[in-house]
Design a protein around this ligand. Structure first.
Ligand code: GCU
Length: 697
């Protein structure tokens, strides 16, 4: 059957007879009440999946009448209470999945302390079924390691998605609240299936209109759909809303009238959405208003909102993505310079949201030096799932490995092993509030994410927010088995391809620690030559600093000193050319074209080789996929094939344009075996893409 990707990883295809029998034998009966909308959702999901797997709905009973019952619920259910399970291991949101026995009958129990835990446990159990895991002798306990696991939608009220490559915003604001698209429910199901418990509906470049009563009513309608799935609604706050909506003269966070306005507004939001999650704020960054407009600090701004939110159990997520037009400091240093002095000054219900790297979601960056440097302020991770700098919708780039690399990075702030994951999960500094945000890659495209493989990034984000120590490979494997096929000879090549895909993109776009070479504004394709934009740090030349003498940004102690923002051992490692990992070399150092790399070859030759290697890997990916024809449904097979062809072409374009440009500066011949770019440099420089998608409006 042709598939269009709408069902994501929740496809539940009919199982082959032997597997169907095993599944049926473990779910002959379902003991599951529907006392709450969340429990009803869990039961409905199980019923839907089991029916689809086995061809027959399970019997719903009050207590097991035979072996092979599936029991779900909380300790409120006497049957579960009677089993005396160690529910402490499930925590507030987690669950236990156990093989047990009731009156001598073999049963499987999905138990939790909350209804949401039951729902999460249900999805875990379904994952076991989907990936054909053994169903006997189960003793699973799982609980999330972060509390706030949110998707950030950069969606505007006119449905344009900033950096969106999957159609329009799925929020049809105009028809809300009257029309609730079924897609909203499927969105919430998908989020819950990977443990995502929040959705920031609106763009960080915020529009105050989203806080007006008409729009709060619309947001409340979405909250109503999401609620059974444990997904809370959050909104972005435009800092100047008191002026724009309230008619005040100022938005100064210490002004009593401004504070009163926000308090009233927040109280009003909770009248519409009693379980509203809180506000996400981008302030004093890229032209957004903020507290610094009034000579106040980020903490003053965040705390003003935090106080009235705290009264309702809400939080503030205050973004650390800041750099300012009148600051000549290395852009990579600015967030640290602004935020570290504020450590300990934020209210308890504020999280500072930090992008994984110091600049901006590049194919590769070192970890942000803020991680580990703010022990008294909960820092939440911000990843970007929409691939603004990684080939948009058409490039197959699995981000699980990027996320894993960022989380495994060692800050060394409290000795070896002080990983970013341990900062983010709160353990290292004892944060009470913890979280992870993923900038969503979701839109109205039938397959949600603009490509089938982009769905894996949504999936991987959720799984890693739940457990930042989970491995990217295991997650990819799960996803492939649920999304494409459970056949090992299909799974292995696809997973291998995914695992190498991000490094390939790094190679054909920005190898050896280069960054931000993308086209102006839209970020589509290569433009390393651009040097005429108003702000220095908008220009690719600012980042690569290539010239006759060499290439790279010197951030060592004798350069901008950015390395000194890291703990001493990390600063020493990145500060010295010899110990800087080669995959970050040009991020931290400016080096001559003839610098000798570990391979013994010159930097120039290695640079070209990396570009070539990136293209070669994509060609390899194409053949891998081509060999799967007939093993994957035709609809998705065709689109992935077409996208891989686009990716190969664009990888070649990236390689040729960058090699042509850098060669114009290095004045070195290409290494042996490397082909000359297909066109002269001027050809690439003349390409224009005024309608490339996703641009900021
Ligand atoms: C990037 C992106 C912008 C976005 C910004 C942010 O710079 O290009 O569109 O607004 O990040 O994270 O705030």
């Amino acid at each position: 059957m042709a598939e269009d990707g709408y069902d994501l990883w929740l496809r539940y295809p009919a199982a082959e007879p032997a597997a169907a029998e095993v599944i049926a034998a473990h779910a002959r009966e379902l003991v599951a009440d529907d006392a709450s909308p969340t429990l009803a959702a869990a039961r409905a999901e199980l019923t839907r999946a089991l029916t689809s797997f086995t061809g027959k709905p399970p019997a719903v009973v009050g207590s097991p009448t035979q072996s092979g019952a599936l029991i779900l619920g909380t300790a409120r259910s006497p049957l579960i209470a009677g089993l005396e399970l160690p529910l402490g291991r499930a925590g507030e949101e987690g669950y236990l999945i156990r093989s047990a026995s009731v009156d001598g009958r073999a049963v499987t129990v999905i138990a939790a302390n909350s209804d949401r835990g039951v729902l999460y446990g249900t999805f875990h159990y379904l994952r076991l079924l989907q990936t054909r895991q053994p169903l006997d002798g189960l003793d699973i306990a799982s609980q999330p390691r972060t509390r706030i696991r949110v998707l950030d939608h950069w969606d505007n009220l006119d449905r344009h998605v900033e950096r969106g490559y999957a159609g329009e915003s799925i929020w049809d604001w105009h028809k809300l609240p009257g029309w609730l698209e079924p897609r909203y429910t499927d969105y919430a199901r998908a989020c819950a299936s990977v443990g995502i418990n929040g959705s920031v509906l609106t763009n960080v470049n915020a529009n105050a209109t989203s806080l007006t009563p008409a729009y709060l009513e619309k947001a409340a309608a979405l909250a109503g759909v999401f609620r059974p799935y444990g997904v809370r609604v959050y909104l972005t706050a435009r800092f100047s809303a008191p002026i724009e909506l309230g008619g005040l003269k100022t938005a100064d966070p210490l002004d009593p009238a401004v504070r009163a306005w926000w308090k009233a507004k927040i109280d009003e939001i909770y009248r519409y959405i009693p379980d509203f999650g809180g506000l996400l704020v981008k302030a004093n960054s890229e032209g957004q208003p903020g507290p610094q407009d009034y000579h106040r600090t980020h903490a003053d701004g965040a705390n003003m909102l935090a106080e009235p939110l705290a009264a309702h159990g809400g939080i503030v997520m205050w973004r650390a993505f800041v750099y300012s037009s009148d600051n000549t400091e290395d852009r990579a240093k600015q967030a640290y310079s602004e935020f570290v002095p504020l450590d300990g000054k934020f209210a308890d219900n504020v999280l500072v949201q930090v992008k994984n790297g110091p600049i901006d979601f590049q194919p590769r960056e070192p970890f942000s030096p803020l991680f580990g440097a703010m022990p008294k302020t909960p820092l939440m991770m911000e990843f970007q799932l929409t691939k603004e700098y990684l080939g948009f919708a058409t490039h197959l780039v699995y981000l699980g490995t990027l996320f894993e690399e960022a989380l495994a990075a060692d800050t060394m702030v409290a000795g070896k092993g002080s990983t970013v994951a341990r900062v983010v999960d709160g353990e290292l500094h004892g944060y009470k509030l913890t979280g992870m945000a993923g900038v969503a890659n979701i839109g109205t495209d039938r397959n949600w994410s603009g490509s089938d493989f982009n769905q894996a990034n949504w999936y991987a984000f959720g799984r890693l927010a739940w457990d930042p120590f989970a491995g990217a490979r295991g997650i990819a494997e799960e996803w492939v088995r649920m999304t494409f096929s459970d056949d090992a000879s299909v799974v292995k090549p696809i997973v291998d391809m995914m695992m190498g895909s991000r490094e390939a993109a790094v190679d054909y776009m920005t190898p050896l620690g280069l960054a931000h070479l993308m086209g102006t504004g839209h970020h589509y394709g290569p433009a390393p030559w651009v040097s005429d934009l108003k702000r220095p740090e908008w220009n690719p030349t600012y980042y690569h600093r290539a010239a006759a003498d060499g290439i790279g940004f010197e951030r060592g102690p004798h350069g901008t000193g950015a390395v000194l923002q890291y703990s001493a051992p990390v600063a020493a490692r990145y500060g010295s050319v010899k110990t800087t990992p080669e995959n970050l070399l040009l991020w931290f150092h400016h080096l001559p074209w003839d610098y000798r790399m570990k391979s013994g070859d010159t930097l120039w030759n290695e640079l070209v080789r990396h570009y070539d290697h990136g293209v070669a890997v994509v060609s390899q990916m194409r053949s891998t996929w081509a060999a799967l024809q007939g093993r994957v449904d035709a609809g998705r097979f065709e689109q992935v094939s077409a996208f891989l062809a686009i990716q190969e072409q664009e990888a070649q374009w990236w390689r040729d344009a960058c090699v042509a440009y850098f060669q114009s500066l290095s004045k070195r011949p290409l290494p042996a075996g490397a082909a000359a770019p297909a066109h002269p440099l001027e050809y690439y420089q003349a390409l224009k893409f005024p309608y490339a998608p996703g641009q900021a409006r």
